[in-house]
Design a protein around this ligand. Structure first.
Ligand code: ADP
Ligand code: MG
Length: 457
């Protein structure tokens, strides 16, 4: 029960106010002079002080700080009978939480007290949340309290030391890449290379030489021997992302590597033995792909040794607060801003959002909010107007123009069609960046930067 101390020289005010507060369920104490009030505060159990600013007091700041220094964390609402607007402003500047000009109504007091205590509660929840962000809820850079996620961490701990192949499934943005890195960091291979390859982004021929390397003269343009990613990952870990859409030819070769741990460079006959831990990821349903014939069944069984399914964020709403807090702290560190928490309204919006883009989308929303936020608390107005709207990747240029529900800032709204156009051009050219860049009329490095920005690499 919040305990409120009233310091006021007018006995009528104190008795009326304490009666009303008690009736409302607060514990109220009254004192008529400031020195006694200051002493009382040193006991440290007062949540809020409603103090009359003495008419003789010139130094409002000193007055408020004097009260607060006796009980760190206590909030102060100042009142004054002679108050002007300037006094009110000065009171707020001095660290008071609110200002009431006498005579005040019960309603005014109630609003001020509730606002103030909500703030106190938020801060203590925030502290609790911070304390909760301890190692128990962390696995490398992953934060999670959700039972399924904790089970995943447990499995990872159990298999980290082995060379067992791990298959990560789950929607885009659920943390597959982050987990792959975490597995590597948890293993004895942590000081060896971690090599990441997006298998969906390259056409079969390129992917093959990218992964296995090629011998000089293997094809036009192969002017020298080139080491592939598998060889580069020797003793370490290779992370093959977007494995679900790889070509049949590539699947055969991958199966061989996984079975024999031997690679052959393109245009070469020599077998090279490698010691690599393979982690694969896909956001498609491989079982279904097998049934439909687009994914080899034997390869599926070979890689489905330790399957870990990352739950979508909407199925772990309990983690939303934890993640939002984690990102808030990270972006505050990065930008030097001092924002300590979210308002309850903002947190409600975050909890209610279905997060089709999962943790990645939440991360972006928090980053944007940190940029926009001008105070020390993130409020609903710092969040996108339509958190429940479709995700950028679901917006087609048609829907963007036809609908009126996608009230996003222009820059953000234009990113969705831009990403789509780049994706389509890349698909059209089988992943060839040079051709894609020239079709789009941009240079290769611009294309590369955009691909990186849109996570198309
Ligand atoms: N549990 C988590 N804790 C902290 N950050 C996370 C978590 N899951 C995902 N992220 C962050 O969200 C973003 C998307 O994660 P990522 O691993 O790239 O997802 P995926 O590979 O499944 O698309 C990354 O910036 C990542 O750092
Ligand atoms: Mg990824």
């Amino acid at each position: 029960m919040p305990r409120i101390l009233i310091i006021d020289s007018d006995p009528q005010t104190t008795s009326w106010l304490s009666g009303a507060l008690e009736e409302f369920g607060f514990e109220a104490e009254t004192l008529s002079d400031r020195a006694a009030g200051a002493t009382r505060l040193t006991r440290g159990d007062i949540d809020l002080v409603i103090a009359e600013l003495p008419t003789t007091e010139q130094d409002t700041r000193g007055f408020v700080q004097g009260l607060r220094s006796n009980n760190a964390g206590t909030r102060v609402i100042l009142s004054s009978a002679f108050g002007t607007v300037e006094d009110a402003v000065e009171a707020m500047r001095s660290g008071a939480s609110d200002y009431l000009s006498k005579p005040f109504s019960w309603e005014q007091v109630q609003i001020a007290v509730e606002r103030c205590l909500e703030r106190v509660q938020l801060e203590s929840e925030n502290k609790a949340l911070k304390a909760a962000l301890d190692d128990r809820l962390r696995f490398s850079n992953l934060v999670a309290n959700n039972a399924k996620m904790q089970a995943i961490f447990k499995t990872v701990n159990a298999v980290a030391a082995t060379r067992t192949t791990v298959l990560l499934t789950g929607e885009s943005g659920t943390g597959k890449t982050l987990l792959a890195r975490a597995i590597h960091s948890a293993s004895q291979r942590r000081d060896e290379p971690f090599i990441e390859v997006n298998c969906g982004a390259l056409p079969e021929s390129l992917l093959e030489s990218e992964l296995f390397g090629h011998a000089k003269g293997a094809f036009t343009g192969a002017v020298r021997d080139r080491e592939g990613k598998f060889a580069a990952a020797d003793k370490g870990t290779i992370f093959l992302d977007e494995i679900g859409t790889s070509s049949p030819g590539f699947q055969v070769k991958l199966l061989r590597v996984l079975q024999d741990r031997i690679i052959t460079r393109v245009g070469d006959s020599k077998n090279i033995e490698i010691d690599v831990r393979v982690i694969l990821a896909t956001n498609i349903d491989l079982q279904k792909a097998v049934e439909e014939g687009s994914f080899r069944e034997d390869l599926f069984y070979r890689i489905n040794v330790v399957p870990l399914e990352m739950p979508p964020l909407r199925d772990r709403t309990g983690d939303i607060g934890l993640l939002a807090e984690h990102f808030l702290r990270r972006f505050c560190d990065e930008t030097g801003k001092q924002i300590h928490s979210f308002t309850q309204a903002a947190m409600h919006s975050l909890m209610a959002c279905p997060w089709p883009g999962n943790v990645r989308q939440l991360e972006n929303v928090v980053e944007r909010a940190v940029v926009l936020c001008e105070g020390d608390t993130i409020d609903s107005e710092d969040l996108p107007t339509d958190l429940r709207g479709p995700l950028p990747h679901e917006i087609t240029p048609e829907s963007l123009v036809a609908g009126d529900s996608h009230l996003l800032p222009l820059k953000q709204a234009l990113e969705a069609p831009e990403k789509l156009l780049i994706e389509r051009a890349l698909q059209h050219h089988g992943g060839n960046r040079q051709a894609t860049a020239s079709t789009l009329g941009i240079n290769r490095s611009t294309l590369f930067n955009k691909m990186r920005k849109f996570d198309l690499l």
